[in-house]
Design a protein around this ligand. Structure first.
Ligand SMILES: [Fe+2]
Length: 245
């Protein structure tokens, strides 16, 4: 595969020629995002997904494409209130990228790829026991792991505060001291404080990794996350809730 880094920063891995127009379309749409779901998040997820796919001998072109496109409709979500994943996203991706990608991946791999995207916001800790989701394909597992790795560690912390700022959330609030963590629902509008989001979601992510490389990379990032959180609580004089993960 030949590199297509020309004028597009932060892409470290070589990509196939056919992928160049896909990258440029994503760059044009996502380069100005300031919510933490920008083009560079898409690229990091793509690169992590490719790295894990190589280690697991999984189809890297599918996970590369899914990684780059997985948050493509975030902007629309903010405007319309509709979910950016699920059937709406699958339909949009077919319409916008089908003619660029299907000639290279083929119809079947393209459908598996967008199916992985449509399920990337399923969180095991957000399901009730009676409502367990269908089994995920290996591509979907890799995409979920890659996306969640970018939500923990130093980058994940930075993105959490970008997201909170973009959605008008406070750093912390009095309820954080008294109420304990809430429940994370990816379909809900962001609420509570940025601090609380660590307890609702971020601290659960390492335990939910599907793949061996995901677990390995998550372990270091999770340790860093806890270390940051302890210091944050100290500086904010937040004695409770205590870290349990
Ligand atoms: Fe993402």
């Amino acid at each position: 595969m030949s590199p297509i880094k020309r004028n597009i920063p932060f892409i470290q891995i070589p990509l196939p020629e056919w992928f160049e127009p896909v990258v440029r379309t994503v760059w044009d749409k996502m380069k100005r995002d300031s919510t933490g779901h920008d083009f560079f998040h898409a690229v990091r997820v793509m690169e992590l997904a490719v790295e894990m796919s190589d280690e697991l001998a999984v189809d890297r072109e599918m996970t590369m494409t899914a990684g780059l496109l997985h948050d493509y409709y975030r902007e629309e979500e903010k405007e319309s209130g509709l979910l950016h994943y699920g059937p709406e996203a699958m339909e949009g991706l077919r319409r916008e990228f089908g003619s660029l990608i299907i000639p290279n991946l083929g119809e079947e791999r393209f459908e598996r790829m967008i199916e992985a995207i449509s399920r990337h916001e399923e969180y095991p800790f957000a399901f009730k026991a009676s409502n367990a989701p269908a089994e995920l394909s290996i591509e979907a597992q890799i995409l979920q792991d890659a996306d969640r790795l970018d939500a923990i560690g130093a980058v994940g912390i930075a993105r959490t505060f970008m997201f909170g700022g973009a959605h008008g959330l406070p750093l912390a609030e009095e309820a954080d001291r008294t109420e304990g963590p809430g429940t994370f629902d990816p379909g809900q509008r962001p609420q509570g404080s940025v601090y609380r989001h660590f307890y609702e979601k971020l601290l659960f992510l390492a335990d939910g990794m599907h793949t061996a490389p995901g677990r390995r990379i998550a372990s270091e990032r999770h340790t860093f996350l806890i270390s940051f959180l302890k210091q944050l609580e100290k500086e904010l004089s937040l004695g409770t809730p205590t870290i349990t993960h």
